[in-house]
Structure formats: C-alpha cells, structure tokens
Design a binder for this molecule. Structure first.
Ligand SMILES: Cc1ncc(COP(=O)(O)O)c(C=O)c1O
Length: 391
C-alpha cells in the first residue's frame, strides 16, 4: 500500500508558471514571462556591509531566537514609513512575516474555513490564488476594469456569496498593471464598509511609481475592514524574505498564534540586516533608481507595442510596478505562446490568473528585467508570432 496525501494539497494545481518559466529559460528566448525584480539593481554591497556589521556588533542576539511579532525596531521603521504617507499605523499593528507570501498563508489559516467564499480580482495574483487554495475556498471573481475593481460586481458578490475576504492588489496590480483610481477606491471602500468582509490590500509595488500621483490606501478608507500586506522584496531584495502585515485587535492576536505555529518567527538575523541596511543607506535614493529604470523600460515596451502591434490590440499603461496586460482581438494567448517560443520570446498567457471563466485572449508582459533594446526586439518577435498565427 502506498502512503497518501491530504486532500488540501491534492486539490491545489501545480504552478503553471513554473512550467512556463522552464520553457522560457534559454539563451535564445527573450523572456517577458518572469515576475522578478531586476537583479542589477540589488544593493549587494550595502547588504554585505549590513550583514557584516550585524554579525560583528552583537552576533549572539542576531543569531538567537527572536520575537514572534518581529524585531521591534524594524516594526517601528515600517510603521513610521506608513505614517510618513499619512496612513495611521503603530508598531504594535505590524507583524513581520517571511515574505508577504507568508502573510497570505497566515490570513488563509486564520480566516478561511473549507468552502468559504473568497472574492478576488479577475485577473488576480497567482500566488494568492495558490496560497488561499490550500484552505479549499470557493473563489468568487470580481472583474477588473482599467480604473480598478468593478464596485457594482463586488457588491453583487458580497450580497450573493458573502465572502470572508476580498483580496486586492490595488496599485500596479500583478498581473495587469492596473491601479484603482480614487473614485473606485471610495466605491469599493463603501461597499466593503457595509459588509462583514475583510479587505486584504496587498501592496508590494506601492513605492515603484514612475508616473501619476498616489491614491488613498484602503487602510484609510475602510480601516475596520482592511489588512495591509507589504514587503522589502521589490524595494531591497526578495531573497531576504522579509515582508509584513498590518492588522489590529483580535485579528492580530489570531495571526500571531498562526505565525507561532508556522515558524516561531521570521529570521532574526535577516531582519537585523534589513534594518541595518535601512539605517546606513538612503532607501529613497535607491528606490528612485528602480523607478527610473522600470519607468524607462515600461515606456520602451509601450512604444514598441504601438509600433509593432495591430491597432485592435489593447494594453494597460501602468504608472508603476513591473507588469502590463495585453488583450488580443480574438486570438488565444495559449496558441500564441507556442508560436512565440518558436520565435524566441516568452510571456505568461492570461489563463492561470483567472479563478472563473478566463479571458483567453489576454497575456502578461513583465518589463522589469529586460533592457530597452531587448524589449524592442522581443516585442517585434511577439508581433511576428501573432502574424504567423493569423496566417
Ligand atoms: C501581489 C504580490 N503579492 C505578494 C508577492 C510575494 O512577495 P514576497 O516576496 O514578499 O513574498 C508578490 C510577488 O511577486 C506579488 O506580486
């Protein structure tokens, strides 16, 4: 007899993205499929110096078990950064997590019973779909427009499905690059405020704005309902695995219990390295470098799309982040994917980002990793694949 597995893991689909990324890793293929920050911008020297200082100054404390909620001065730093942009956060509201991905898992543990409804944008962040799927919910899709979630559709979902939570990436969304405008945020906050549904505001790209003006956080618009997630992955480096969530009261108490059961605490030594890096360096100047680079690459991609693609293709024009979203006219992006690989370019088809009926003519393009010339060549190849598919 063969040992077996829990239903909860058998039901979670294997990451489609991993399969795609395998095909895309070849010297001949220009990849817009990944979702990684640009490695050339990691502050490697400064992190090395911070690590050396942390292990030199008080190595005993850095290597000892740490506090369950996170390293206190780092929690204070995170809270102060929110206050700087007008969001009322106290250090006690911050739980440091092992990447913001762990925050999603902890929220699943604390909020979801099997069969509960989870409202999520269509398209939505794949990592959240996967993290919540472990808890066996029923997803209820909320369509995304170019200005943010469709608040009327959200209201219908809240009334008909009574979801435990609505998960949103309202700023430079992964995968679409869409940001909720101010009016949309207010409408969404209003319908959420009239419900008993939590709103999870996952905001790892917030600081990567290269045009336009910031909009109000849901934490200010619907404070009783909102849980915020954040991360150092996109502004310092992802391998540190330091993220956080912001929650209050009873919810925080329960998240702390879940965190303790999961991993006791996030690595103390890396939290101290992050804080030391933040103390000894100008983070704003570093973020400015990232913004300039991603902004130039995004503009190059938009220019190339305007030059090489037929006029009936539509695409989002992000004001920040790492992704844009292309909608083809009556063409399946899965079929295009095979042609694109033959032509030496990769992207992620839209299909896996939907929990309901997919819009199969959509795809995600990443612009954070390729330089401007490569972006132009890659988009020209993609347009060529589209013509080859139509022929
Ligand atoms: C919307 C969103 N949330 C969470 C994450 C996970 O980030 P972290 O590295 O902090 O776990 C990502 C990573 O790409 C993301 O795009």
């Amino acid at each position: 007899m063969k040992p077996t597995f829990a239903d909860r893991i058998n039901d979670v689909p294997r990451s489609f993205l991993r399969e795609i990324l395998k095909v895309a890793i070849s010297d001949d293929v220009i990849s817009f499929a990944g979702g990684l920050p640009n490695r050339a911008l990691f502050p490697a020297e400064a992190v090395r110096a911070a690590a050396s200082a942390v292990l030199g100054d008080d190595a005993g404390s850095a290597l000892q078990y740490g506090s369950l909620e996170g390293y206190a001065p780092l929690r204070e730093w995170i809270a102060a950064r929110y206050r700087r942009r007008g969001v009322d956060v106290d250090a006690a509201d911050v739980l440091v997590t092992t990447g913001s991905q762990q925050g999603l898992d902890l929220l699943g543990k604390v909020l979801l019973n099997e069969g509960d409804a989870v409202a999520i944008e269509q398209p939505g962040y794949l990592g959240a779909i996967q993290a919540f799927s472990i808890y066996r919910p029923q997803f209820a899709g909320v369509p995304l427009t170019e200005n943010g979630a469709d608040a009327g559709a959200l209201q219908s979902v809240l009334e008909s499905r009574r979801p435990r939570l609505f998960y949103t990436v309202p700023t430079f969304q992964n995968p679409s690059g869409v940001s909720y405008d101010e009016a949309c945020r207010r409408e969404v906050a209003e319908v959420i405020g009239a419900s008993n549904t939590w709103l999870i505001e996952d905001d790892p790209y917030h600081e990567l704005r290269f045009s336009g003006a910031p909009a109000t956080s849901f934490a200010s618009l619907a404070p009783e309902h909102t849980v915020m997630l954040g991360s150092f992955s996109k502004i310092v480096a992802p391998s540190l695995r330091v993220g956080w969530l912001v929650a209050r009261g009873e919810l925080m108490d329960k998240l702390v219990v879940a965190k303790q059961a999961t991993d006791l605490h996030t690595s103390e030594v890396t939290q101290r390295i992050v804080l030391r890096y933040l103390a000894d360096n100008d983070l704003d100047a570093h973020i400015e470098l990232i913004r300039e680079r991603y902004g130039a690459q995004c503009r190059a991609m938009l220019d190339a799309l305007a030059r090489h693609f037929p006029a009936d293709c539509r695409y989002t024009e992000p004001q920040g982040g790492m992704f844009l979203w292309l909608t083809l006219d009556g063409v399946s992006s899965m079929a295009l994917f095979d042609r694109a690989i033959e032509h030496g370019v990769a992207f992620v088809p839209g299909l896996p980002f939907y929990t309901g009926a997919p819009e199969e003519n959509t795809l995600r393009l990443n612009f954070s990793c390729a330089d401007i010339d490569t972006i132009d060549t890659g988009i020209a190849r993609l347009a060529e694949s589209l013509r080859a598919l139509a022929a």
